[in-house]
Design a protein around this ligand. Sequence first.
Ligand code: PGA
Length: 246
Amino acid sequence: MKYIYGNWKENNTLRDVNLFISEFKKQKMPNDVCFGLAVPYLYLQKMNKKLQKKCEIGVQNVSFSEKGEFTGEISAKMLCDFNCSFSLVGHSERRQKFKETNEEINQKMLRCFDFGIMPILCVGETKEEKDENKTKKVLKMQLTKCLKDIPTSKKFMVAYEPVWAIGTGVTPSPKDVEENVSYIKKVLSENIKVSGICVLYGGSVNPQNAKELLNGKSVDGALVGGASLNAKKFVDIGKNLQNIRR
Ligand code: PGA
């Protein structure tokens, strides 16, 4: 099974959402591919109702607190009332533009576990860190801090997203994707003591490069930004992975 998750970010008006839904429904879905979409909160209910059977619907962020004086925040407890199946946690845009720390991200992971929402933890190195050969050090540090004291029986995913590959059209080599994803799995089993965790790759994935980028034996799928805004392109990414042999 491969997993293709989309991240709409701050895109799509209600009109765009309606168009996406009707286009998505027309697509023939590939076998053995599970789709999910992280949408703006406003569309969670509608998308869930319309696409439920064909696509998991989740969100892009969640509050670190359960409730209280945190104006503008949405809690995991609120989300579970709306059948939110997952939330991205610690996306690099949140880390960089909203100054989210690994400690806050850890709290967000714990709130998701408390309320049955599957977190997808995003990790990845910046261009400077890559150039200084610090990728593995950064990945290990982010994983150990963000996954501190998590209940090891709970389901979650990790997305390896090199910051320099997000929205740039530049991607790592398939060999580097495999190497870093397999390193993440090693840290998960040796340091965090969890097994069976799916690890996705994210950063400039599109229907043309998906098969090559996601071909590595450790890579379980993709987290897709730009290309997830178009229903056909999004489903095509999954279709192009169908023939990968394991
Ligand atoms: P991109 O975004 O596919 O547009 O590079 C990926 C992401 O931000 O998760």
